[in-house]
Design a protein around this ligand. Sequence first.
Ligand SMILES: *Cc1c(COP(=O)(O)O)cnc(C)c1O
Length: 391
Amino acid sequence: MIPYGKQNLNSADIAAVIEALNSPYLTQGPRVGEFEKDLSTYLGCKHVVAVNSATSALHLACIALGVEAGDLVWTSAISFAASANAARYCGADVDFVDIDYETFNMSVGDLERKLREAEDHGSPLPKVVIPVAMAGQPADMQEIRELSNRYGFKVLEDASHALGATLGGYRVGGGSWSDVTVFSFHPVKMITTGEGGACATNDPEIARRIQLLRSHGITRDPAEMESPNGAAWYYEQQELGFNYRITDFQCALGISQLRRLDSFVESRLLVAETYSQLLDPDVFELPQVLPDRTSSFHLYVVRLKSENPVERNQRFESMRANGILVNLHYIPIYRHPYYSRTGLYSPSNFPEAERYFASALSLPIYPELQRTQIEAVVSALSEPIGHQTIF
Ligand SMILES: *Cc1c(COP(=O)(O)O)cnc(C)c1O
């Protein structure tokens, strides 16, 4: 069996977790702050707040960016559902922007068109736009930032796939072009804490708000209190927060994994290059990384040039039957019943997302994937499908 992705834990990672388990703190101890500091140093941003998942991070970021019931949030049509759900948790309405054919990222052209049309028709403009660094390749953040300045929305970058990627020579999450950037530490992502996520920002007020909301909206800092009474036991709940805390032993793993991130990215890049050398470019559209950026290759997505969904499904089934756990990242979010039953979204408004949906296939990629396994994937994928009796 070859999974599509998996974590890579070594003895140093495991020793770090055991050390944390033997310490006085299982949660809310020193390792959370240490992990946040290491991440902010790595990313080159001012503030990082670690939480128990990227989904929680997206939710808190939406609140901190002012998303409320009745607001509008736009995200990319091709992403994991959590990119859109975060806005729904706040009671906001969601709409989608079509993707770019080459990068699978939010199309700046379509974003600009939608903004212009909304303005022309006097329709509501989005309060927040959530571009996604699909497969590990950063979205067109400079262009999206320019549009945000023109149309007044905030930018929340879902970089769940892209820890370690760069744009214009800067690390994703450095904060040059987004108000908040979110990362995931789920086991299939770039580094893992089991479950976990983080918000990165350069805005101290946004960071403070996310920190407060992560733990019930409660503060114990007298400097922040509305009516401090001087007692040592006193704390205040200032707004309705959540328990989205990450534990100390998870952060111990995160600190250790972060030290290995660059080697993970390097190994993934090597896997991607090997696929790109071995796969037939007449049959498959191979992933392209634009010249001003680097991808962390969370995913290696190929597209069948035939754009024939029946053929794609046959290849999918035959790969799975061979123990190669290919995947489809992702079903367009508007096609999930939770979204489609609203009747708000028509697939015909998202022609590139539909093309992608008909032809995409994620091949296994993770740091320890061996060349012989890559060759096995390529050879299984290259079998003529007429010879298989799948359907
Ligand atoms: C994985 C993922 C998430 C959610 O991450 P969790 O840490 O599992 O909550 C959100 N957005 C995208 C694009 C993802 O791939």
